[in-house]
Design a protein around this ligand. Structure first.
Ligand code: ATP
Ligand code: MG
Length: 569
């Protein structure tokens, strides 16, 4: 058996907060039920997707799903050959699919539009709206000025259309070296909006591209490529994060000047930020390159690949993204909200099993060698469709060290000398004696069991307050368990002196070897998920092999005793 997936991306919880973009589209559809809704998710393939991207994915695909003929494209914004790679393209496709979404038609690439963009640039030159500037990038930056300083016109601004066409064509043919010329839109050097002071449209870059190879020695700038790509795909709602708000006048200027019809409209929304987390591809890349983590899919990473390896279900990510909604402001969401949705989903979908992470041997002295007491134990507390498996009680078992205390305080209901607890799904167990080594370390417990308590309460009416988990010492499988904690110890890793790297949590990974898990887990394969009762939710790691199981702790259960003992400290 395996964890059941509830992977229907189209089922949307109805208790989510309204969001202004969805309302905008719903109003449009109320006015015109046949209105077209076409969105796109436009990643740059220069890194792996992270949970911030998931917010954008859930939003864009969710809007398209509001109307029957709605579409959502996957478009790679691959205009910068220096940082982009096929590995990233493939990982992005896999991640979007894993999240539960299907893009319309084939994936698209801005690089597929290089020819059309080039032709449009020629049109703008012919209409006097673009020119070749031969200043250095430094001079161009200087001349552009800033909010306080007016722009200065380039000495090349008044080149004739013929000269511009000639130079631009030769740029395209590869006649010039990097930096010799650029193409600029001719807008307004006196504009208050610095972005409108003759922005760059093309630069020369003799760098091979992961798809077009050496075909293009010039590459379009983001602002020139993005809106026009939207137009080519007949996108209606072009959604992007707030940092692009000040690009919108330029986005509109290009589309208006080219007079494309129909034309897309850009709307901005607030980025997702998470506490204890960094969500910038540049920073995530740094964590990978400098080996602070074991790769883009390290289970501590907020990447989709990392969350997947850790065992976070896609349904939990979708529910979380729907819940945080969309607003016109950037905000920081508490990572515990994500953790809440992970627990919610795994609680529904994980079979319950027994595993002991910190084994302490127990000898049941009144159970003879070779005896095997079998009990049938359900795999899920509320869903009988999960079935059951057999647990076998033998003379020697393991329990967790934390379930015994020599001198138990109040409210500690587990084992202690002379105390009795129930073994999960099994009988009562009474501790007779703790055996110690020369150093005073407890090496094993000697206990007795009561056959009259198997599957029932004893006739004498005595009760126990604690139930503990256990595994048979002779039958259990060995496992390595990887316990993850937050990757950063600061709520805002970007704030304060120094850099975010200085705030890494040195205890973000604890590898525990010699764990003992119930024998039904011996044949589990990568990605399978379970709850270790009383401990947490665990997922089989791809490193796992038969006989050498490896589990990732996806998330801990809330431990009530830990809470009590913390409070009393
Ligand atoms: P980063 O800043 O992490 O490097 P990016 O914005 O450069 O990300 P893109 O590949 O350009 O990454 O992003 C693809 C889409 O995902 C864009 O529409 C972008 O606005 C959106 N996006 C990126 N990060 C977030 C975030 N934290 N929250 C919401 N949307 C995001
Ligand atoms: Mg970007």
């Amino acid at each position: 058996m395996s964890a059941k997936s509830h992977d229907n991306a189209s089922e949307r919880a109805d208790d989510n907060p309204p969001n202004f973009i969805r309302e905008m589209v719903e109003e449009l559809l109320a006015r015109d039920p046949n209105a077209r809704v076409a969105t796109r998710f436009p990643p740059e393939p220069n890194g792996y997707l992270h949970i911030g991207h998931a917010k954008s994915i859930v939003l864009n695909f969710g809007l398209a799903a509001l109307c029957p003929q709605g579409t959502c494209n996957l478009r790679f914004d691959d205009t910068n050959p220096a940082t982009e790679e096929t590995e990233y393209v493939e990982s992005i496709k896999a991640d979007v699919q894993w999240l539960g979404y299907t893009w319309s038609g084939e994936p698209r690439y801005a690089s597929d539009y290089f020819e059309q963009l080039f032709q449009w640039a020629i049109d703008l030159i012919k209409a006097g709206h673009a020119y070749v500037d031969s200043q250095s990038l430094e001079e161009i930056r200087e001349g552009r000025g800033d909010f306080h300083k007016e722009g200065v016109q380039s000495p090349f601004r008044d080149r004739s259309v013929e000269e511009n066409l000639d130079l631009f064509t030769r740029m395209r043919e590869g006649e010039f070296e990097d930096g010799a010329h650029v193409l600029r839109a001719k807008i307004d050097m006196a504009s208050k909006d610095v972005k409108l002071r003759d922005p760059l449209m093309y630069r020369i870059r003799k760098t091979p591209h992961h798809r077009t190879g050496d075909a293009w020695p010039i590459y379009p700038m983001y602002d020139w490529a993005h809106g026009q790509s939207d137009a080519i795909e007949r996108i209606t709602h072009s959604l992007c994060t707030l940092e692009f708000q000040n690009h919108r006048p330029l986005y509109d200027w290009f589309l208006d000047t080219l007079a494309v019809d129909p034309r897309p409209r850009q709307t901005e929304f607030g980025r997702l930020n998470l506490s204890y987390t960094v969500l910038s591809k540049r920073k995530l890349q740094r964590l990978v390159n400098d080996k602070h983590v074991h790769g883009w899919d390290d289970p501590r990473m907020p990447t989709i690949a990392g969350l997947r390896r850790r065992g976070v279900p896609p349904a939990a990510i979708r529910a979380f993204c729907e819940r945080v909604g969309v607003s016109r402001r950037d905000g920081v969401v508490d990572v515990s909200l994500l953790e809440y949705y992970i627990r919610e989903e795994l609680n529904r979908t994980s079979p319950r099993v027994l595993a002991v992470l910190d084994p302490l041997k127990v000898v049941i002295t009144n159970l003879e060698e070779g005896a095997a007491i079998e009990v049938d134990a359900p795999l899920h507390p509320t869903d009988p469709s999960y079935g059951s498996r057999t647990l076998t009680l033998t003379r020697e078992i393991f329990i967790d060290r934390a379930d015994f205390m020599e001198d138990p305080p109040k409210k500690y209901y587990r084992l202690g000398p002379g105390r009795e607890v129930r073994l999960r799904y099994g009988p009562f167990l009474r501790c007779i004696e703790a055996v110690k080594d020369d150093q005073g370390e407890i090496t094993e417990l000697r206990c007795t069991w009561d056959p009259e308590t198997l599957g029932q309460n004893p006739p004498d009416g005595r009760k126990v307050k604690g139930t503990i988990h256990w595994v048979s010492a002779s039958l259990a499988a060995d496992a390595e368990v990887r316990l993850y904690d937050r990757l950063f110890s600061a709520e805002d890793p970007n704030a304060g002196d120094g850099e975010f790297i200085d705030r890494l949590n040195p205890e973000s990974l604890t590898v525990v070897r010699g764990c003992k898990v119930e024998p039904s887990l011996a044949s589990r394969t990568s990605g399978e998920q379970v709850q270790f009762e009383r401990t947490g939710y665990f997922t089989v790691d791809p490193d796992s092999r038969p006989g050498a199981l490896v589990f990732n702790r996806t998330i801990a259960l809330k431990d009530s005793w830990a809470k009590i003992s913390k409070k009393s400290k």
